[in-house]
Design a protein around this ligand. Sequence first.
Ligand code: AHG
Ligand code: MN
Ligand code: MN
Ligand code: MN
Length: 361
Amino acid sequence: VLDEVCETTGVTLKRYMNEVAMLNPELTELTVLFGAIDTACKAITNMVKRSQLPSSETLGYQGEVNIQGEDQKKLDVITNEVLKRALRFTGKMGVLASEEEDVPLDLVNTEKDAIFADTGKYVAVFDPLDGSSNVDAGIPTGTIIGIYDHDENCAMDDESCEGDECAQQELNCLSNTLQAGTNLVAAAYCLYSSSTFFVLTLGAGTYGFTLDENLGEFVLSHPNMKIPETSSIMSFNEANTHMWDEPLQKVVKGWRDGTGKSGQQFSSRYIGSMVGDVHRTLLYGGVFGYPGDTKNVNGKLRLLYEGAPMSFIMEQAGGISTTGTKRVMEIQPEYVHQRVPIIMGSKNDIEEVMEAYAAAE
Ligand code: AHG
Ligand code: MN
Ligand code: MN
Ligand code: MN
C-alpha cells in the first residue's frame, strides 16, 4: 500500500523533512521550521495569484518607502507579516531579519510574555517578495530564506567602540544575523510562476519541489538538482553594461559575438526577478548576475537575504557564485542591508569571468 500512496502523492516536503529528521535527529527543530515555511509559501502564492482581481485589497503600492529606498508594494508588507508570524510561532526563532524590516527583530528577548518557551535556536533572514516591482505585471516573483544557528557567544568588546558604534555593535550582536553565508544551515526559495516551486538545500545537495494543488502539498519533482557545467544563456540588466568592470565587459562581449572560451553564441534571458532568473539558470544552465557598476559599486542585490542564500543553493547544485574576485558565501556582512556584486551560474562560464578578473589584477 505504501508504494501506491507514494505513487499517487509522491514524496511531499513534509515527508522529506520527516525523513531528514529521522536520519539526523539534530535537525529535528530545523524541519519544524520548514513546516512553517511550507505553509507560508502556500499562503503567499494564493495572495500573489489573487492580487490582480478587481476585488483584491492587495494591488499596488503601500505608499511607504522601505529602508532600501524602494516604494513598498502592499504585497511586500503583507508577505513580510506572513513570514514573520509563520516563523515566530514555531517557537524556534532567535532573530529575524527581512528586506522589509529596518533592523533585525530579536524574538528571544522581546517574546518574554510568549505562550511558549522560545528555544531561540535559529536566525532567519528573508526577502518576503523578491521581484515585487513585477507583481502587478504578472511576472514571476519569489521568496528567499536563509537559516543560521543563533550563536549566543557574541563578541561584545565595548572598549573598542564609541557612541552609536556600540549601539550598532550591540544590535549586530543581539541580532546574530551578521554571519557569512558559509554559516548557513539551510537556504530555500519559493517561486510563484507557472507552477509554485520550492527549492531548498540543507547542505547536502539542492532539492526542488512543485506544488500539487490537488493535494495542497509540495511534491519532490527535481531531486538533487545539478546545473549544467557550461551554457549559452546570460542573464543581466544589460542597460548597465557600459558601467561594469572591464573584465566582465570583455567576457560578455565574447559571449555576445561567439568568440568566448566556449565559442558559443549566447542568448539573453532576464525577467528582473532574481528567483525566476536563478531558477531558470539552475535548470537550463547560464550566468545570472547583478554586478557592481560605476553608479553602484556593490550592485543592487542584498548579501544577507538574496546573495548568500541563493549562492548556497547554487553551489549545492554544482554552480559557482562570485563577486568576480571573491566567493559570495565567504563575505562577512558588516550590516544587515549590505549590497553585494554577484555573478552566479554554470561552472565553466563563471570560471571564464573569474579568470578575466584575475588577469586584470
Ligand atoms: P526585490 O523585489 O526583493 O527588491 O528584488 C528585486 C531585485 C531582484 O529580484 C532582481 O534581480 C533585481 O532587483 C532586478 O533589478 P533591475 O530592475 O535593476 O534589473
Ligand atoms: Mn524590494
Ligand atoms: Mn529581492
Ligand atoms: Mn523583496
